[in-house]
Design a protein around this ligand. Sequence first.
Ligand code: TRP
Length: 445
Amino acid sequence: MVREKWGTKLGFMLAAMGSAVGLGNIWRFSFVAGNNGGGAFLLLYLAFVILLGVPLLLAEVSIGRKAESDVVGSFKKLAPNTPWYLTGFFGIASSFLILSFYAVVAGWAIFYFWNYLNGSYFTSPEVGYEGAFGQFISHSWHPIAWTALFMILTIVIVLSGVKKGIEAANKIFMPLLALILIGLAFFSLSLDGASEGVKFLFQPDWTALSDPSIYIAALGQAFFSLSLGMGAMLTYGSYLRKENKLPSAALGIGIMDTFFAVISGLVIFPAVFAFGIDPSSGPPLVFITLPSIFEQMPMGGIVGLVFFFALILASLSSSVSILEVPTAYFMRILGWTRFATSVVMGAIMFVMGIGVSLGFGIWSGVTPIGDLNILDSMDYIASNILLPLGGLSMALLIGWYFSKSEALEATDFTGSSIGQIWYYLVKFVTPVMILLIFLNKLGVI
Ligand code: TRP
Protein backbone atom coordinates (compact mmCIF):
# COMPACT_ATOMS: atom_id res chain seq x y z
CA MET A 1 0.00 0.00 0.00
CA VAL A 2 1.31 3.43 -0.89
CA ARG A 3 1.55 5.75 2.11
CA GLU A 4 -0.52 8.88 1.88
CA LYS A 5 1.24 12.22 1.39
CA TRP A 6 0.34 15.87 1.83
CA GLY A 7 -0.57 17.68 -1.33
CA THR A 8 1.75 20.62 -0.70
CA LYS A 9 4.07 21.92 1.98
CA LEU A 10 1.48 24.59 2.70
CA GLY A 11 -1.00 21.80 3.26
CA PHE A 12 1.29 20.29 5.85
CA MET A 13 1.92 23.67 7.48
CA LEU A 14 -1.78 24.35 7.77
CA ALA A 15 -2.54 20.91 9.11
CA ALA A 16 0.27 21.18 11.66
CA MET A 17 -0.80 24.67 12.69
CA GLY A 18 -4.35 23.39 12.86
CA SER A 19 -3.14 20.64 15.15
CA ALA A 20 -1.28 23.07 17.39
CA VAL A 21 -3.91 25.78 17.60
CA GLY A 22 -6.95 24.55 19.42
CA LEU A 23 -8.61 24.38 22.79
CA GLY A 24 -5.11 24.31 24.25
CA ASN A 25 -4.53 27.94 23.31
CA ILE A 26 -7.83 29.32 24.48
CA TRP A 27 -9.35 27.03 27.05
CA ARG A 28 -6.34 25.25 28.54
CA PHE A 29 -3.90 28.16 28.37
CA SER A 30 -6.21 30.51 30.21
CA PHE A 31 -7.06 28.22 33.07
CA VAL A 32 -3.54 26.91 33.54
CA ALA A 33 -2.16 30.46 33.50
CA GLY A 34 -4.97 31.49 35.84
CA ASN A 35 -4.15 28.71 38.29
CA ASN A 36 -0.43 29.44 38.22
CA GLY A 37 -0.24 33.11 38.88
CA GLY A 38 -0.51 34.65 35.39
CA GLY A 39 2.57 36.67 34.40
CA ALA A 40 5.26 34.44 35.88
CA PHE A 41 3.62 31.50 34.19
CA LEU A 42 3.50 33.27 30.83
CA LEU A 43 7.23 34.01 30.97
CA LEU A 44 8.15 30.46 31.87
CA TYR A 45 5.86 29.19 29.18
CA LEU A 46 7.50 31.41 26.56
CA ALA A 47 10.94 30.31 27.70
CA PHE A 48 9.94 26.66 27.34
CA VAL A 49 8.42 27.20 23.91
CA ILE A 50 11.62 28.80 22.64
CA LEU A 51 14.23 26.63 24.36
CA LEU A 52 12.52 23.33 24.06
CA GLY A 53 9.21 23.49 22.27
CA VAL A 54 10.23 24.65 18.82
CA PRO A 55 13.50 22.65 18.79
CA LEU A 56 11.61 19.51 19.77
CA LEU A 57 8.88 20.17 17.27
CA LEU A 58 11.51 20.15 14.58
CA ALA A 59 13.00 16.96 16.00
CA GLU A 60 9.62 15.23 16.15
CA VAL A 61 8.57 16.11 12.61
CA SER A 62 11.97 15.08 11.28
CA ILE A 63 11.73 11.65 12.91
CA GLY A 64 8.45 11.04 11.14
CA ARG A 65 9.65 12.31 7.80
CA LYS A 66 12.81 10.24 7.95
CA ALA A 67 11.10 7.01 8.98
CA GLU A 68 7.87 7.44 7.01
CA SER A 69 5.96 5.42 9.57
CA ASP A 70 3.62 5.77 12.56
CA VAL A 71 4.74 6.47 16.15
CA VAL A 72 5.73 2.93 17.00
CA GLY A 73 6.98 1.99 13.55
CA SER A 74 9.17 5.05 13.24
CA PHE A 75 11.16 4.22 16.36
CA LYS A 76 11.43 0.57 15.36
CA LYS A 77 12.77 1.59 11.98
CA LEU A 78 15.22 4.25 13.13
CA ALA A 79 16.43 2.55 16.30
CA PRO A 80 15.95 -1.17 15.70
CA ASN A 81 16.42 -3.56 18.62
CA THR A 82 16.25 -0.82 21.21
CA PRO A 83 13.43 0.00 23.65
CA TRP A 84 12.85 3.35 21.89
CA TYR A 85 9.63 2.10 20.32
CA LEU A 86 8.04 2.19 23.79
CA THR A 87 7.80 5.95 23.24
CA GLY A 88 5.25 5.09 20.58
CA PHE A 89 3.08 3.24 23.07
CA PHE A 90 3.24 6.16 25.48
CA GLY A 91 2.11 8.32 22.59
CA ILE A 92 -0.81 6.05 21.81
CA ALA A 93 -1.82 5.97 25.48
CA SER A 94 -1.67 9.77 25.56
CA SER A 95 -3.81 10.02 22.47
CA PHE A 96 -6.61 8.08 24.18
CA LEU A 97 -6.33 10.07 27.39
CA ILE A 98 -6.22 13.43 25.63
CA LEU A 99 -8.89 12.98 23.02
CA SER A 100 -11.38 11.56 25.49
CA PHE A 101 -11.37 14.80 27.50
CA TYR A 102 -10.71 17.04 24.52
CA ALA A 103 -13.92 15.78 22.93
CA VAL A 104 -15.88 16.57 26.08
CA VAL A 105 -14.69 20.18 26.16
CA ALA A 106 -15.16 20.57 22.41
CA GLY A 107 -18.65 19.20 22.93
CA TRP A 108 -19.32 22.05 25.38
CA ALA A 109 -18.17 24.46 22.67
CA ILE A 110 -20.62 22.98 20.18
CA PHE A 111 -23.39 23.35 22.73
CA TYR A 112 -22.52 27.03 23.19
CA PHE A 113 -22.50 27.49 19.45
CA TRP A 114 -25.94 25.95 19.31
CA ASN A 115 -27.14 28.35 22.00
CA TYR A 116 -25.88 31.37 20.11
CA LEU A 117 -27.56 30.04 17.02
CA ASN A 118 -30.77 30.06 19.02
CA GLY A 119 -30.11 33.60 20.11
CA SER A 120 -29.28 32.87 23.73
CA TYR A 121 -26.19 34.01 25.61
CA PHE A 122 -26.25 30.98 27.75
CA THR A 123 -26.93 32.49 31.09
CA SER A 124 -29.85 32.36 33.43
CA PRO A 125 -31.39 35.14 35.45
CA GLU A 126 -31.36 33.00 38.58
CA VAL A 127 -27.92 31.43 38.52
CA GLY A 128 -25.88 33.56 36.07
CA TYR A 129 -23.20 32.36 33.69
CA GLU A 130 -21.40 30.20 36.15
CA GLY A 131 -24.53 28.50 37.37
CA ALA A 132 -25.93 27.90 33.89
CA PHE A 133 -22.68 26.33 32.81
CA GLY A 134 -22.51 24.21 35.97
CA GLN A 135 -26.02 22.92 35.41
CA PHE A 136 -25.21 21.99 31.83
CA ILE A 137 -21.97 20.08 32.45
CA SER A 138 -23.34 18.20 35.42
CA HIS A 139 -26.30 16.87 33.44
CA SER A 140 -26.09 13.10 33.04
CA TRP A 141 -26.40 12.77 29.26
CA HIS A 142 -26.85 16.21 27.74
CA PRO A 143 -23.12 17.07 27.42
CA ILE A 144 -22.37 13.49 26.37
CA ALA A 145 -24.58 13.89 23.32
CA TRP A 146 -22.48 16.89 22.23
CA THR A 147 -19.29 14.94 22.86
CA ALA A 148 -20.66 12.22 20.60
CA LEU A 149 -21.33 14.74 17.87
CA PHE A 150 -17.80 16.11 18.10
CA MET A 151 -16.32 12.62 18.02
CA ILE A 152 -18.35 11.74 14.94
CA LEU A 153 -17.11 14.85 13.14
CA THR A 154 -13.52 13.99 14.06
CA ILE A 155 -13.90 10.41 12.85
CA VAL A 156 -15.48 11.49 9.57
CA ILE A 157 -12.51 13.70 8.75
CA VAL A 158 -9.94 11.09 9.73
CA LEU A 159 -11.63 8.31 7.82
CA SER A 160 -11.75 10.41 4.68
CA GLY A 161 -7.99 10.12 4.86
CA VAL A 162 -7.21 12.80 2.39
CA LYS A 163 -6.41 15.96 4.25
CA LYS A 164 -8.13 18.04 1.60
CA GLY A 165 -11.10 18.84 3.79
CA ILE A 166 -9.00 19.99 6.67
CA GLU A 167 -6.43 21.74 4.50
CA ALA A 168 -9.15 23.75 2.84
CA ALA A 169 -10.99 24.51 6.07
CA ASN A 170 -7.81 25.68 7.78
CA LYS A 171 -7.15 28.26 5.10
CA ILE A 172 -10.41 29.95 5.92
CA PHE A 173 -10.71 29.57 9.64
CA MET A 174 -7.19 30.31 10.86
CA PRO A 175 -7.32 33.92 9.61
CA LEU A 176 -10.94 34.12 10.73
CA LEU A 177 -10.10 32.95 14.22
CA ALA A 178 -7.20 35.42 14.42
CA LEU A 179 -9.46 38.30 13.37
CA ILE A 180 -12.17 37.39 15.83
CA LEU A 181 -9.73 36.99 18.69
CA ILE A 182 -7.99 40.29 18.00
CA GLY A 183 -11.35 42.06 17.84
CA LEU A 184 -12.41 40.45 21.11
CA ALA A 185 -9.13 41.37 22.76
CA PHE A 186 -9.71 45.05 21.94
CA PHE A 187 -13.17 44.85 23.37
CA SER A 188 -12.06 43.02 26.45
CA LEU A 189 -9.29 45.59 27.00
CA SER A 190 -11.82 48.40 26.85
CA LEU A 191 -13.84 47.05 29.76
CA ASP A 192 -13.74 48.84 33.11
CA GLY A 193 -11.19 47.15 35.29
CA ALA A 194 -9.43 45.51 32.35
CA SER A 195 -6.03 46.76 33.46
CA GLU A 196 -6.08 44.34 36.38
CA GLY A 197 -6.21 41.51 33.86
CA VAL A 198 -3.38 42.94 31.78
CA LYS A 199 -1.31 43.24 34.93
CA PHE A 200 -2.13 39.70 35.89
CA LEU A 201 -0.91 38.45 32.52
CA PHE A 202 2.13 40.68 31.99
CA GLN A 203 3.33 41.67 35.44
CA PRO A 204 5.03 38.61 36.82
CA ASP A 205 4.60 37.89 40.48
CA TRP A 206 8.00 36.29 41.04
CA THR A 207 6.94 34.53 44.21
CA ALA A 208 4.89 32.20 42.01
CA LEU A 209 8.19 30.73 40.80
CA SER A 210 8.95 29.22 44.17
CA ASP A 211 6.26 26.60 43.68
CA PRO A 212 7.61 23.55 41.77
CA SER A 213 4.14 22.99 40.28
CA ILE A 214 4.43 26.05 38.06
CA TYR A 215 7.38 24.55 36.15
CA ILE A 216 5.65 21.33 35.39
CA ALA A 217 2.47 23.22 34.50
CA ALA A 218 4.32 25.46 32.04
CA LEU A 219 6.15 22.48 30.59
CA GLY A 220 2.93 20.52 30.18
CA GLN A 221 1.24 23.50 28.58
CA ALA A 222 4.09 23.95 26.09
CA PHE A 223 3.86 20.29 25.08
CA PHE A 224 0.09 20.26 24.92
CA SER A 225 -0.22 23.46 22.98
CA LEU A 226 2.42 22.55 20.41
CA SER A 227 0.98 19.02 20.08
CA LEU A 228 4.37 17.67 21.11
CA GLY A 229 5.64 14.45 22.55
CA MET A 230 2.77 12.23 21.51
CA GLY A 231 3.63 11.50 17.92
CA ALA A 232 0.95 13.64 16.29
CA MET A 233 3.58 15.86 14.70
CA LEU A 234 5.68 12.80 13.98
CA THR A 235 2.79 11.15 12.16
CA TYR A 236 2.04 14.35 10.23
CA GLY A 237 5.74 14.54 9.38
CA SER A 238 5.60 11.03 7.99
CA TYR A 239 3.27 12.24 5.24
CA LEU A 240 5.79 14.87 4.13
CA ARG A 241 7.89 14.65 1.05
CA LYS A 242 11.63 14.77 1.45
CA GLU A 243 11.95 18.02 -0.44
CA ASN A 244 9.90 20.02 2.06
CA LYS A 245 12.21 22.00 4.32
CA LEU A 246 11.56 21.68 8.03
CA PRO A 247 13.17 24.43 10.15
CA SER A 248 11.08 27.30 8.82
CA ALA A 249 7.95 25.17 9.16
CA ALA A 250 8.65 24.40 12.81
CA LEU A 251 9.33 28.04 13.59
CA GLY A 252 6.17 29.17 11.82
CA ILE A 253 4.05 26.69 13.76
CA GLY A 254 5.60 27.79 17.06
CA ILE A 255 5.02 31.47 16.36
CA MET A 256 1.41 30.98 15.32
CA ASP A 257 0.65 28.87 18.33
CA THR A 258 2.14 31.37 20.77
CA PHE A 259 0.38 34.25 19.08
CA PHE A 260 -2.97 32.56 19.57
CA ALA A 261 -2.24 31.82 23.21
CA VAL A 262 -1.21 35.38 24.09
CA ILE A 263 -4.16 36.90 22.25
CA SER A 264 -6.57 34.59 24.05
CA GLY A 265 -4.99 35.64 27.33
CA LEU A 266 -5.74 39.24 26.37
CA VAL A 267 -9.33 38.31 25.68
CA ILE A 268 -9.88 36.29 28.82
CA PHE A 269 -8.02 38.00 31.69
CA PRO A 270 -9.24 41.57 31.30
CA ALA A 271 -12.77 40.18 31.26
CA VAL A 272 -12.08 37.85 34.17
CA PHE A 273 -11.09 40.82 36.33
CA ALA A 274 -13.70 43.16 34.94
CA PHE A 275 -16.43 40.70 35.86
CA GLY A 276 -14.92 39.74 39.19
CA ILE A 277 -14.39 36.10 38.27
CA ASP A 278 -11.71 34.09 40.08
CA PRO A 279 -8.81 33.57 37.60
CA SER A 280 -8.12 30.19 39.16
CA SER A 281 -11.57 28.75 38.56
CA GLY A 282 -10.05 25.99 36.45
CA PRO A 283 -11.34 24.36 33.26
CA PRO A 284 -14.72 26.15 33.20
CA LEU A 285 -13.05 29.59 33.09
CA VAL A 286 -13.49 30.31 29.38
CA PHE A 287 -17.04 29.06 29.28
CA ILE A 288 -18.03 31.52 31.98
CA THR A 289 -16.08 34.62 30.96
CA LEU A 290 -16.75 34.60 27.26
CA PRO A 291 -20.54 34.65 27.38
CA SER A 292 -20.34 37.55 29.81
CA ILE A 293 -18.22 39.52 27.34
CA PHE A 294 -20.51 38.71 24.47
CA GLU A 295 -23.56 39.88 26.33
CA GLN A 296 -21.94 43.27 26.90
CA MET A 297 -20.94 43.73 23.30
CA PRO A 298 -22.96 45.34 20.57
CA MET A 299 -23.93 42.45 18.27
CA GLY A 300 -22.37 40.11 20.81
CA GLY A 301 -24.76 37.38 19.78
CA ILE A 302 -23.25 37.25 16.32
CA VAL A 303 -19.72 37.56 17.61
CA GLY A 304 -20.38 34.71 20.03
CA LEU A 305 -21.78 32.62 17.23
CA VAL A 306 -18.75 33.20 15.02
CA PHE A 307 -16.36 32.73 17.91
CA PHE A 308 -17.71 29.36 18.93
CA PHE A 309 -17.87 28.27 15.32
CA ALA A 310 -14.19 29.11 14.92
CA LEU A 311 -13.42 27.37 18.20
CA ILE A 312 -15.13 24.21 16.97
CA LEU A 313 -13.11 24.27 13.76
CA ALA A 314 -9.90 24.88 15.69
CA SER A 315 -10.74 21.96 17.98
CA LEU A 316 -11.54 19.71 15.06
CA SER A 317 -8.29 20.37 13.28
CA SER A 318 -6.52 19.43 16.53
CA SER A 319 -8.60 16.39 17.42
CA VAL A 320 -8.04 14.98 13.96
CA SER A 321 -4.30 14.95 14.58
CA ILE A 322 -4.81 13.14 17.88
CA LEU A 323 -7.04 10.44 16.39
CA GLU A 324 -4.62 10.02 13.50
CA VAL A 325 -1.92 8.72 15.88
CA PRO A 326 -3.60 5.44 16.93
CA THR A 327 -5.34 5.17 13.57
CA ALA A 328 -2.06 5.16 11.64
CA TYR A 329 -0.56 2.62 14.04
CA PHE A 330 -3.45 0.17 14.30
CA MET A 331 -4.17 0.31 10.58
CA ARG A 332 -0.69 -0.97 9.92
CA ILE A 333 -0.59 -3.51 12.74
CA LEU A 334 -4.06 -4.97 12.36
CA GLY A 335 -4.28 -4.59 8.61
CA TRP A 336 -7.68 -2.93 8.98
CA THR A 337 -8.98 -0.23 6.68
CA ARG A 338 -8.63 3.41 7.68
CA PHE A 339 -12.40 3.50 7.95
CA ALA A 340 -12.71 0.63 10.43
CA THR A 341 -9.67 1.67 12.45
CA SER A 342 -10.71 5.27 12.94
CA VAL A 343 -14.28 4.30 13.85
CA VAL A 344 -13.15 1.76 16.44
CA MET A 345 -10.50 4.03 17.98
CA GLY A 346 -12.89 6.97 18.04
CA ALA A 347 -15.58 4.83 19.66
CA ILE A 348 -13.24 3.74 22.44
CA MET A 349 -12.27 7.34 23.07
CA PHE A 350 -15.91 8.32 23.17
CA VAL A 351 -16.65 5.71 25.82
CA MET A 352 -13.76 7.06 27.88
CA GLY A 353 -15.20 10.53 27.31
CA ILE A 354 -18.46 9.46 28.95
CA GLY A 355 -16.49 8.89 32.14
CA VAL A 356 -14.87 12.31 31.82
CA SER A 357 -18.22 13.98 31.38
CA LEU A 358 -19.78 12.17 34.33
CA GLY A 359 -16.86 13.45 36.37
CA PHE A 360 -18.68 16.80 36.38
CA GLY A 361 -21.93 15.21 37.52
CA ILE A 362 -22.62 11.98 39.34
CA TRP A 363 -18.92 11.10 39.49
CA SER A 364 -17.78 14.48 40.72
CA GLY A 365 -16.56 12.84 43.91
CA VAL A 366 -14.14 10.68 41.91
CA THR A 367 -10.66 12.20 42.20
CA PRO A 368 -8.03 9.83 40.80
CA ILE A 369 -5.08 12.13 41.61
CA GLY A 370 -5.12 14.28 44.74
CA ASP A 371 -8.14 16.52 44.52
CA LEU A 372 -8.24 16.49 40.71
CA ASN A 373 -11.44 15.34 39.03
CA ILE A 374 -11.43 12.82 36.19
CA LEU A 375 -10.71 15.34 33.42
CA ASP A 376 -7.96 17.09 35.35
CA SER A 377 -6.36 13.79 36.34
CA MET A 378 -6.26 12.45 32.79
CA ASP A 379 -4.92 15.76 31.56
CA TYR A 380 -2.28 15.77 34.28
CA ILE A 381 -1.00 12.29 33.48
CA ALA A 382 -0.98 12.87 29.74
CA SER A 383 0.20 16.47 29.46
CA ASN A 384 2.50 16.85 32.42
CA ILE A 385 4.01 13.37 32.46
CA LEU A 386 3.57 11.32 29.27
CA LEU A 387 4.11 14.13 26.75
CA PRO A 388 7.33 15.43 28.36
CA LEU A 389 8.60 11.83 28.62
CA GLY A 390 7.81 11.34 24.94
CA GLY A 391 9.67 14.55 24.14
CA LEU A 392 12.60 13.47 26.27
CA SER A 393 12.82 10.20 24.40
CA MET A 394 12.72 11.96 21.02
CA ALA A 395 15.42 14.40 22.11
CA LEU A 396 17.62 11.52 23.24
CA LEU A 397 17.11 9.69 19.96
CA ILE A 398 18.15 12.70 17.90
CA GLY A 399 20.89 13.91 20.24
CA TRP A 400 22.48 10.68 21.34
CA TYR A 401 21.43 7.82 19.08
CA PHE A 402 21.81 9.64 15.78
CA SER A 403 25.19 10.93 14.78
CA LYS A 404 25.41 14.69 14.59
CA SER A 405 25.44 14.67 10.82
CA GLU A 406 22.41 12.37 10.70
CA ALA A 407 20.54 14.68 13.06
CA LEU A 408 21.40 17.76 11.01
CA GLU A 409 20.53 16.04 7.78
CA ALA A 410 17.19 14.79 9.08
CA THR A 411 16.19 18.37 9.90
CA ASP A 412 17.60 20.02 6.74
CA PHE A 413 20.18 21.77 8.89
CA THR A 414 23.33 20.47 7.21
CA GLY A 415 25.83 23.32 7.03
CA SER A 416 23.68 25.77 8.98
CA SER A 417 24.96 27.63 12.02
CA ILE A 418 21.48 27.84 13.52
CA GLY A 419 21.51 24.09 13.12
CA GLN A 420 24.42 23.92 15.56
CA ILE A 421 22.47 25.81 18.18
CA TRP A 422 19.44 23.62 17.58
CA TYR A 423 21.53 20.47 17.91
CA TYR A 424 22.96 21.41 21.30
CA LEU A 425 19.58 22.54 22.57
CA VAL A 426 18.07 19.18 21.73
CA LYS A 427 21.08 17.18 22.86
CA PHE A 428 21.67 18.83 26.22
CA VAL A 429 19.28 21.59 27.17
CA THR A 430 15.99 19.80 26.46
CA PRO A 431 16.76 16.54 28.29
CA VAL A 432 18.35 18.30 31.25
CA MET A 433 15.47 20.73 31.61
CA ILE A 434 12.84 18.02 31.46
CA LEU A 435 14.69 15.90 34.00
CA LEU A 436 15.25 18.82 36.35
CA ILE A 437 11.60 19.77 36.25
CA PHE A 438 10.56 16.21 37.04
CA LEU A 439 13.07 15.84 39.86
CA ASN A 440 12.09 19.20 41.25
CA LYS A 441 8.43 18.27 41.21
CA LEU A 442 9.17 14.95 42.88
CA GLY A 443 10.93 16.85 45.62
CA VAL A 444 14.31 15.24 44.89
CA ILE A 445 16.02 18.57 44.26
N1 TRP B 1 -2.32 21.30 20.50
C1 TRP B 1 -3.73 21.12 20.51
C2 TRP B 1 -4.37 22.30 21.24
O1 TRP B 1 -3.67 23.17 21.65
C3 TRP B 1 -4.17 19.80 21.08
C4 TRP B 1 -3.43 18.67 20.48
C5 TRP B 1 -3.52 18.22 19.19
C6 TRP B 1 -2.47 17.86 21.09
N2 TRP B 1 -2.67 17.18 18.98
C7 TRP B 1 -2.00 16.94 20.14
C8 TRP B 1 -1.96 17.84 22.35
C9 TRP B 1 -1.00 16.04 20.44
C10 TRP B 1 -0.96 16.92 22.68
C11 TRP B 1 -0.48 16.04 21.72
O2 TRP B 1 -5.53 22.34 21.40
